[in-house]
Write a protein that binds this ligand. Structure first.
Ligand SMILES: Nc1ncnc2c1ncn2[C@@H]1O[C@H](COP(=O)(O)OP(=O)(O)OP(=O)(O)O)[C@@H](O)[C@H]1O
Length: 780
C-alpha cells in the first residue's frame, strides 16, 4: 500500500468508526424513543381523568386528552427522526462515499478535500462534514468538471475556484479496494465495472457515476418544461429518478414525495424502478400509468380499450377493411388540431347543441331533456358556460324539491309505508320522540307520523336522483361526444380546407364503436377532455412535479391534457422517438411540438447521445437500424458481437433457442428475454419452449418484473433491460414493413451483454444495411 493509499484508508477508517459509533448511539436512542411511544400509547387512558359531570369537568377532560395526544405525536416524531437517521447511517455503513474532489475556492489559500456519498455525515462535534451528500451544491463540481477552473451555484450565489483533483473510489467492506485519479486515467473504470455487471429484478441508483449531461437533467430547476431526448440506454429513466431524489433534497422543507408523480409505461416497469428512491433514502414518488388514470375516470361508463390492444390490432389486422380508417383515426385524435377542434366544439355548445338527459322518477319523465335544453339556452348568455351549467343544476334541484312536495300525497307512498318493517317503524318512532314534541298520546299523532314517514319515503327515493343532478350527470356526455362525429358538425370543427383525411370514415367508425359501449384507446383522452370542458376541470394542484417517461408514446393531445390536469406542476418529459411504437407517433419525429405547451422561454431541451446499457458491439449494430443512428455513441465496453442465425423452420428455431438459453446461463446471464413481436407470437413461443426450466410468459397485466428466462412481446419490454436478448423470429415475414422498424429497434436495444437474433427464412430487410462484420451471420 503506498503512502497516498494509506492516508486514504486512514480517513476511511475514521469515517467507519464514526458511523459505527453513531449507529450504536442512535440505535439505543431509537429503542428508547420506541418504548416512550409504546408507553404513552399503552397508558393513554390510564393517565387521563375522564369526567363529564359538569361543563368544566368536560373541558378539563378534553384538555387532558389533547395534551396526551400532543405528547404522543411529539414522541412519535422524535422516534421517526431517530429511525430515519439510523437508516441513513446504515445505508452508508458499507460504502460511505464514492468520490473526492479537492477544491480550492477563489480568494482562499485552502484546498478542501470533499468526499461525496449517498448521504451526509458529520463528526461528533457536528461541525465538520466528513461526507457530503451527492446533492449538495458543491458536489455538482464532481459531476460537472474535469480538473481545472470550476464553479457551483449556492443560494448565496456562484462559488468559483479550482478543481485540483478528482478521485473515484471502489470501497468494499471498509476497505478501499481501488482508487482512480480521474484526472490521470483515461476511461471510466468504475463505470466499466458497474455496467459490466448483470442486471437483476430492480434498477439501481447511479449516483456514483452520473455523467455530466445526465447531471444537467438531474439538477435542472429552471422553467416549467424540461424535455429530454435520449438514445436507448442513455440513462433517461435513471436521470429521471435521480432528479426526483435531487428535487426532494433541494426542496425538502416544502416538498413531499407524494407531490411528485411519475407516469410509467406499465406496472411491470413501475415495479422495476421502485427501488431506486428508497436506495437513496427517499420515499417513492407516486407512480401511475396513463391508462390506469383513464380507467379510473372512465372505467364505469365504457369498456376502454388499452394501448396494447390498440397496438395488437395494428400489428395483426393489416388485412382488416377498416385498418386504414382506424390508423387515420388514431393519428387524428392524437393531434393538437383535434385538441383545438374539441375546444371549438365546446364553445359552439354555448349557443346550441347541448344534450341533456330527462329527469325521470318512478318510470315517468318529470322534466324532459327538451325542457332542460330550453331552460339552459334561456339563461343569461353573458354568464360563463360553467356558471350556466351551475345555474341549471340549481334550477333542477329546486324542481326536485317541488316534486318532493307533490309526491307526498301520491298513493305509491302509502303503499311503501305499509311495506316498512317493524324495525324501521320503531326507528322512526324513536326519532320522532326525540326530535318532535309529541308522543302516542299527542293530538293527531298518527297523522303527524304518517307525514314524517311519507317525507322519509319520498326523500329516500329521490336521493339517487339528487345525487346524479349534483354530479352533473344530467348532461349527456356520451351523446355529446358522439355528436362531435355527426356529419353536420364538420363545419363547426374545421375551417374550410382543413377537414382531415378520411374524416367521414373516421366519424362512422367512431359512432359505431360508441354505440356498442366501447371506447377506442384514441378516444379516451378526447372524451375525458370534452367531459372536463363541460363539467369543469378536475385539476390537481397538489402535484408539483410531473415526470413522463417513455414520452414518445404519448400524443400531443395527452400532453395538453396533462398540463391542464396538473396546473401547478413542472413537467419533465423523457423519451426516444426511435422507440415510438404506437401508431399515433408516426407523424412525430421530435418533441418540438411540446414547446408550445409552456412557451419557448419556459422550455429547456437536453439531448443524451451516449448509450450505457449495451456493449459497444451491440450499439454498433443497433444504431444501423435507425435513421441518423450514427449520432449515437457507445460507452466503451467490450462484448461479443450480436449474432444472426437463419433457420429452416420453427422446430429448428425452438431447438436452437433452448440450446442458446443453456449457453447464456452458463456464461453467467441471469436475465434472458425471448422477445417476440406480438402477444400471440409470445404465447406460441412460450408453449414451444416449455422445456426451459422456470420459463415465464409476460403478459400485459404482469405486475412484477420477472427475473430468469422470460418470453415477452417487444412493446412490454419497453424501458427495461436484460443481460441477454433472444429475438425470436426476425424474418422478413414477421418484420417486413417499415412501420415495425421502431419496434424491432426497441427489442434489440434491451440487450446489455448478448444479443442473438433468429430468423426462420429470410431475415428482415432492416438488417440489409448492417455493415458486414457488425453481425455474425450463421446458418442453423
Ligand atoms: N451514469 C450512469 N452510471 C451507471 N449506469 C448508468 C448510467 N447511466 C445509465 N446507466 C445504466 O444504463 C442502463 C440504461 O439506463 P436507463 O434505463 O435509464 O436508460 P433509458 O435511456 O431510460 O433507456 P430506454 O430508453 O432504452 O428505456 C441502466 O442499466 C442504467 O443503470
Amino acid at each position: 500500500m503506498n503512502k497516498e493509499m494509506r492516508k486514504e484508508q486512514a480517513y476511511l477508517d475514521n469515517v467507519m468508526e464514526t458511523i459505527a459509533k453513531q449507529i450504536n448511539e442512535v440505535e439505543a436512542d431509537t429503542e428508547k424513543r420506541k418504548e416512550d411511544v409504546i408507553n404513552i400509547r399503552r397508558h393513554f387512558w390510564d393517565d387521563l381523568k375522564i369526567n363529564m359531570d359538569t361543563f368544566d369537568d368536560y373541558l378539563e377532560t378534553i384538555i387532558g386528552m389533547r395534551q396526551q395526544a400532543q405528547d404522543l405525536s411529539v414522541s412519535q416524531g422524535t422516534h421517526r427522526h431517530a429511525f430515519n437517521r439510523l437508516s441513513r447511517l446504515k445505508r452508508i455503513e458499507k460504502v460511505p462515499y464514492f468520490g473526492r474532489i479537492d477544491f480550492a475556492e477563489e480568494g482562499t489559500d485552502d484546498t478542501e478535500q470533499i468526499r461525496i456519498g449517498v448521504s451526509m455525515l458529520t463528526d461528533e462535534t457536528n461541525e465538520n462534514i466528513l461526507i457530503y451528500d451527492w446533492r449538495a451544491p458543491i458536489s455538482s463540481v464532481y459531476y460537472d468538471y474535469p480538473p481545472g477552473p470550476a464553479e457551483y451555484s449556492t443560494p448565496g450565489g456562484i462559488v468559483r475556484g479550482d478543481l485540483e483533483k478528482k478521485l473515484q473510489y471502489n470501497i468494499s467492506n471498509g476497505l478501499i479496494e481501488s482508487m482512480f485519479d480521474t484526472s490521470l486515467t483515461i476511461g471510466d473504470e468504475i463505470l466499466q465495472g458497474v455496467l459490466g455487471k448483470g442486471s437483476n429484478k430492480y434498477m439501481h441508483s447511479i449516483v456514483a457515476t452520473i455523467q455530466r449531461e445526465q447531471n444537467k437533467i438531474i439538477r435542472n430547476v429552471r422553467g416549467s418544461l424540461l424535455i429530454v431526448q435520449g438514445a436507448a440506454g442513455s440513462g433517461k429513466t435513471s436521470a429521471a429518478l435521480q432528479r426526483i431524489a435531487y428535487i426532494l433534497y433541494k426542496y425538502r422543507e416544502t416538498l413531499k414525495a407524494n407531490q411528485i408523480i411519475l407516469f410509467s409505461p406499465n406496472n411491470m416497469f413501475s415495479s422495476y424502478v421502485s427501488h431506486v428512491l428508497p436506495e437513496l433514502g427517499e420515499e417513492n414518488m407516486q407512480q401511475e400509468t396513463f391508462q390506469d388514470y383513464l380507467e379510473y375516470r372512465l372505467g364505469k361508463s365504457f369498456n376502454v380499450e388499452d394501448p396494447y390492444d390498440q397496438l395488437e390490432y395494428l400489428l395483426n389486422a393489416a388485412g382488416d377493411p377498416f385498418y386504414k380508417t382506424r390508423k387515420a383515426s388514431i393519428q387524428l385524435k392524437a393531434s393538437s388540431s383535434f385538441f383545438g377542434a374539441i375546444n371549438r366544439y365546446r364553445e359552439s355548445l354555448e349557443t346550441s347543441g347541448m344534450i341533456f338527459k330527462g329527469i325521470k322518477f318512478r318510470g315517468h319523465t318529470l322534466i324532459s331533456s327538451k325542457q332542460i335544453t330550453e331552460i339552459f339556452y334561456s339563461k343569461d348568455t353573458s354568464l360563463r358556460f360553467l356558471n350556466r351549467i351551475e345555474k341549471l343544476k340549481e334550477w333542477l334541484i329546486r324542481e326536485i324539491d317541488k316534486i318532493e312536495k307533490t309526491e307526498l300525497s301520491k298513493s305509491w307512498v302509502q303503499g311503501e309505508i305499509e311495506l316498512l318493517s317493524k324495525e324501521e317503524l320503531q326507528k322512526v318512532f324513536t326519532q320522532l320522540e326525540k326530535t318532535e314534541d309529541f308522543n302516542e298520546d299527542s293530538f293527531n299523532f298518527y297523522e303527524k307520523q304518517h307525514k314524517v314517514l311519507a317525507r322519509m319515503i319520498v326523500r329516500r327515493k329521490l336521493k339517487p336522483l339528487r345525487k346524479r343532478v349534483e354530479a352533473l350527470q344530467f348532461i349527456n356526455i356520451k351523446r355529446l361526444y358522439k355528436q362531435l362525429f355527426e356529419n353536420s358538425m364538420s363545419t363547426k370543427l374545421w375551417n374550410e380546407g382543413e377537414v382531415p383525411d378520411r374524416w367521414g370514415e373516421v366519424c362512422v367508425l367512431t359512432r359505431e364503436m360508441l354505440e356498442e359501449g366501447n371506447l377506442f384507446q384514441e378516444d379516451a383522452t378526447p372524451y375525458l377532455l370534452l367531459k372536463e370542458l363541460i363539467q369543469g376541470f378536475q385539476s390537481n394542484t397538489a402535484i408539483k412535479h410531473v415526470l413522463v417517461d417513455e414520452a414518445q408514446d404519448y400524443s400531443v393531445f395527452q400532453f395538453e391534457f396533462l398540463k391542464r390536469l396538473f396546473p401547478a406542476a413542472r413537467m419533465t418529459v423523457l423519451g426516444d422517438f426511435n422507440q415510438a411504437i404506437f401508431a399515433h407517433a408516426d407523424n412525430f419525429e421530435d418533441f418540438h411540438a411540446l414547446t408550445s405547451l409552456y412557451g419557448q422561454s419556459e422550455t429547456e431541451s437536453i439531448v443524451l447521445d451516449r448509450s450505457y446499457r449495451s456493449t459497444r458491439q451491440i450499439i454498433d449494430f443497433t444504431r444501423q437500424l435507425i435513421p441518423e443512428g450514427e449520432q449515437i455513441k457507445a460507452f466503451d465496453r467490450e462484448g461479443e458481437k450480436p449474432a444472426l442465425t437463419k433457420l429452416a423452420d420453427h422446430a429448428e428455431l425452438h431447438e436452437e433457442i433452448i440450446a442458446k438459453i443453456d449457453y447464456l446461463h452458463n456464461s453467467g446471464d441471469h436475465t434472458i428475454a425471448v422477445i417476440c413481436k406480438t402477444a400471440a407470437e409470445s404465447s406460441a413461443a412460450y408453449q414451444a419452449l416449455s422445456t426451459v426450466r422456470d420459463l415465464k410468459l409476460v403478459k400485459k397485466n404482469t405486475g412484477e418484473y420477472q427475473q430468469g428466462v422470460i418470453v415477452i412481446p417487444a412493446y412490454l419490454a419497453k424501458g427495461i433491460e436484460f443481460d441477454a436478448v433472444i429475438l425470436y423470429d426476425a424474418s422478413n415475414q414477421v418484420y417486413g414493413e417499415e412501420n415495425l422498424r421502431r419496434l424491432f429497434y426497441t427489442a434489440c436495444t434491451r440487450a446489455m451483454h448478448h444479443l442473438q437474433i433468429y430468423s426462420v427464412g429470410e431475415p428482415s430487410y432492416f438488417l440489409d444495411n448492417v455493415g458486414t462484420g457488425e453481425l455474425l451471420e450463421t446458418e442453423g
